[in-house]
Write a protein that binds this ligand. Sequence first.
Ligand code: DON
Length: 558
Amino acid sequence: MTSPRALWVLLLMAVAAGALAAPVKPRQAAIASAHVLATEAGFEVLGKGGNAFDAAVAVAATLAVVEPQSSGIGGGGLFLLQRASDGHEVMVDARETAPAAVDMRDYLGADGKPDRARSINGPLSAGIPGEPAGLVWIAQRYGKLPLKVSLAPAIRIARNGFKPDGRFLKEVAMRKEVIARYPASAALYLVNGEAPKPGWTFRTPDLARVLERIAEQGNAGFYQGDLARTLVEGVRAAGGNWTLADLERYEAKERAPIAFDYRGWRIVTASPPSSGGVALAEMLNVLGGYELDRLDKVHRTHLMVEAMRRAYRDRAEYLGDPDFVPMPIARLTSADYAAGLRAGIHPDKATPSELLPPYLAGEQGSHTSHFSIIDRDGNLAAGTQTVNLIFGSGLVVAGTGFVLNDEMDDFALVAGKPNAFGLLGNERNAPRPGSRPLSSMSPTFVIGPDRIGVIGTPGGSRIITMVLEGILAFIDGQPPAQLVANARFHHQYLPDVITAEKGAFSAAETKALEAMGHQVHESDRRWGFMNVVSWDRRSGKLQAAADPRGESGSGVVR
Ligand code: DON
């Protein structure tokens, strides 16, 4: 028979277990985004009773208004969500799709050679936008508030206007020549044909109306009816090939994220059509076999570069749109595969990329935008959204108020020829009617026993290596403000070179890496715009930090 004392012990154990199981909640919320107005929009919507997912909609839509060079309603995004009440995790895939009439020959010049201009400028460079469907999906399935409330800050700012920062004005100047080709683009972003001067107020009432239609009608407000007709007519008049059916058929998709363990930390990140999660799993599985924290910086860098080289090789070889091509994801992300890769890594000699199995071939910066959110209930949201290059295709269809993306360049339009980010691909990432181009966007959760980080960044092909470095820095205990500021380095298989920001390596470290056979190229530009929030469950402390490389970035805990 159980003694009364044993019963007491059992009772106490049950109470203790209950206390442990009781969800701990943050006492505040944290948002980090590329623009202070977007961060504030998120808090405005939280203040109206919204959760992190409503805030994500508000932040994403406001970024579409205040940072149109980076992302917008004419683009797409990948949104990673974790619901606190039941732990449900999902990636909302709002990536653009190829129109049904896509034809790879359209991206060749008269001489039959690939013509980059066609895949990065103007109507043929634009995929069918996914952003509107993504916002509608998140609001309707995960939010608590109607779209009218979560889109209200974006609509207000689009209508009333705001004064853009220096980065916006500089990036208009960089894309001026293409913007000037299209009258509605020039009317929206230029003043008398020139990039606007500081102090200029940017208003986009047409975009306010588009957002209102989405708020009222959901997907139908964008993908059907008058606006769809206006878009299709405008794109076709400019020489593109969109049809009403392309818009009508578009749908956001829910996908299971890539999730894996790295030394006791759970990493949850983007699945295909992003290459980010597969590459991160591959790199961290390889690195998990080393005692990285016991190594000097040179050897640690060497191993990270060797992992990067192999993951980017596999990116080029294997990855594409999961709805169209089979991919060996389970193999690439397995521990056995990583062990095999590790066996091929020399402890202090670079493997020339050309010695890896050849993949069968058939400008970087801060455009694209990442935001990170934790709310008071512990819900997590990480969104990376984009129009691809600065101001996307440069094409604004009259009456719409937003620029269309140039995401078609993320396809491998010509097998074996690098895209604008120098990334290679083969027929797995070839455009097919309705297919999604392979992305590097990697919104990520880093979940440890006591600390949680929400992390991501723009930066084209460099996104994945920045996120890798961010994850390792977070696990090492660096606070968000430090890890977003760290100097970065990158290797993407081909070209076979480590690109590094100034300050990433000392002269001696560079020399030591070169002695191992690495080529190190110090870039004169900085890259990325990493926005991170974190929550320490033991101390209850929340932190938020925006990358100091971005002028108006904002990380706030409130
Ligand atoms: O989806 C992708 O990987 C690219 N379209 C992202 C572009 C980007 O990050 C541009 N920023 N520098």
